[in-house]
Write a protein that binds this ligand. Structure first.
Ligand SMILES: *[C@@H]1O[C@H](CO)[C@@H](O)[C@H](O)[C@H]1NC(C)=O
Ligand SMILES: *[C@@H]1O[C@H](CO)[C@@H](O)[C@H](O)[C@H]1NC(C)=O
Ligand SMILES: *[C@@H]1O[C@H](CO)[C@@H](O)[C@H](O)[C@H]1NC(C)=O
Ligand SMILES: *[C@@H]1O[C@H](CO)[C@@H](O)[C@H](O)[C@H]1NC(C)=O
Ligand SMILES: *[C@@H]1O[C@H](CO)[C@@H](O)[C@H](O)[C@H]1NC(C)=O
Ligand SMILES: *[C@@H]1O[C@H](CO)[C@@H](O)[C@H](O)[C@H]1NC(C)=O
Ligand SMILES: *[C@@H]1O[C@H](CO)[C@@H](O)[C@H](O)[C@H]1NC(C)=O
Ligand SMILES: *[C@@H]1O[C@H](CO)[C@@H](O)[C@H](O)[C@H]1NC(C)=O
Ligand SMILES: *[C@@H]1O[C@H](CO)[C@@H](O)[C@H](O)[C@H]1NC(C)=O
Length: 312
């Protein structure tokens, strides 16, 4: 059989295919570049020129300051602009960086809302926007439906609104949720227990009210719980004192009343217990003196009685 015609044909196929692949990969690269250029466009002040002098279209986006790409596909996997002295808004186009795993825009002066489009980023693991001037609500999708997300740090902003009652419905990997020093109000949702991998929960210095949900005590991986300086009321749920991994419990400056729970036997890792500035009454539980890791105990400004029995 004469197969000589096959050679030019397969060669042609190869060329067609490679053109096709070049086109598709540059098309997706353009999507990332467009998103980053839109991001740059929304920056009003670039104090140190870190974007102005680096985010130029005659170089690859993968070489731009703060941008990291995947080795194989050259798509943007991380954007780390921490402490870049940028002012401006966070563009909705961030939601087009399909391969993004890490977004760190901490310690800048971003204003406006966190774009809801961020919840389109199915590969996102870390979001850090701490120390900015962001306002508005936290997009619901970020708190309810991001299956790979592990870290959310939005401390020191001006975020407001309530946390969604279906928080944690599909954020099974969330380990750290830091929302301290914002203006978030309403209840701490009971659904929080569905974030079963949670290790650190920081909600201090907001305007949360209502009771501390007993479901916080279902977070068995929790090592750090900070709910200080809110308007939380009611009793301190004894379920919290059953979480044996807890190292720090901060509940200062709320309106908690009733007795301090006495089930202290599980708190073998507790290093700090901060309950000052509430309206706690009754006797200080005897077991406190038996907590062998405890180095910080703050019970001031309550109406407690009794003594602390140290087991030496
Ligand atoms: C890219 O363009 C800028 C100004 O437009 C120029 O200063 C720089 O040298 C160019 N870089 C390269 C690698 O061509
Ligand atoms: C971003 O960069 C800063 C400074 O280089 C670094 O300290 C920080 O850990 C980085 N963030 C992430 C999420 O890797
Ligand atoms: C990127 O996102 C914006 C805003 O969310 C949208 O309007 C635009 O069509 C997207 N662009 C591409 C190239 O996907
Ligand atoms: C977020 O960034 C700040 C620095 O800007 C850093 O101190 C903090 O640890 C980061 N948060 C997380 C959860 O990594
Ligand atoms: C937020 O804005 C206020 C005034 O508008 C400014 O003083 C402050 O430095 C800003 N915060 C950050 C982290 O940029
Ligand atoms: C969760 O996100 C997935 C993927 O983006 C989406 O298909 C689904 O509709 C979302 N579910 C809810 C309840 O929002
Ligand atoms: C939460 O913890 C309580 C008390 O340990 C237990 O009875 C309950 O079944 C737990 N709830 C879930 C959803 O795991
Ligand atoms: C705390 O744990 C003890 C012992 O395991 C159990 O009897 C008690 O029901 C638990 N309390 C709460 C509120 O989960
Ligand atoms: C503390 O509780 C007492 C008695 O219930 C009440 O009279 C008082 O107003 C409360 N104080 C604060 C600061 O909530």
């Amino acid at each position: 059989m004469d197969t000589s015609f096959l050679l030019p044909f397969s060669l042609m196929l190869l060329i067609t295919l490679s053109i096709f692949f070049t086109l598709t990969s540059s098309a997706t690269l353009t999507t990332d570049q467009d998103a980053l250029l839109a991001f740059k466009n929304a920056i009003t002040v670039d104090t140190n020129g870190l974007l102005r002098n680096s985010w130029l279209t005659n170089t690859s986006i993968c070489d731009w300051n703060g941008v990291s790409c995947g080795i194989k596909h050259h798509r943007v996997t991380a954007l780390n602009l921490s402490n870049f002295a940028l002012h401006g808004k966070l563009t909705r186009h961030l939601g087009n960086l399909t391969f993004l795993q890490t977004l760190d825009v901490s310690s800048n002066n971003f204003i406006g809302a966190l774009p809801a489009e961020l919840s389109k980023l199915r590969r996102l693991k870390q979001v850090n926007a701490t120390s900015n001037n962001l306002s508005g609500e936290i997009p619901r999708g970020i708190l309810t439906n991001m299956s790979l997300l592990e870290d959310i740090d939005l401390m020191y902003n001006k975020l407001s609104g309530e946390l969604p009652s279906d928080i944690c419905n599909n954020t099974p990997k969330l380990k750290r949720l830091f929302l301290g020093v914002n203006q978030i109000y309403g209840n701490i949702p009971r659904n929080i227990y569905k974030c079963s991998k949670m290790e650190e929960l920081g909600l201090s210095r907001n305007m949360f009210n209502g009771n501390i949900p007993t479901q916080v005590g279902n977070l068995s991986m929790l090592t750090f719980l900070a709910l200080s300086y809110n308007g939380l009321q009611g009793n301190t749920p004894s379920s919290i004192f059953n979480v044996s991994r807890l190292e720090f419990i901060y509940l200062r400056g709320n309106k908690l009343y009733g007795r301090i729970p006495t089930n202290l036997d599980s708190l073998l890792n507790l290093q700090g217990l901060y309950l000052s500035g509430n309206n706690l009454t009754g006797e200080i539980p005897k077991g406190i003196g038996h907590l062998s890791c405890l180095t910080h105990l703050d019970l001031a400004v309550n109406s407690l009685t009794g003594m602390i029995w140290l087991l030496l």
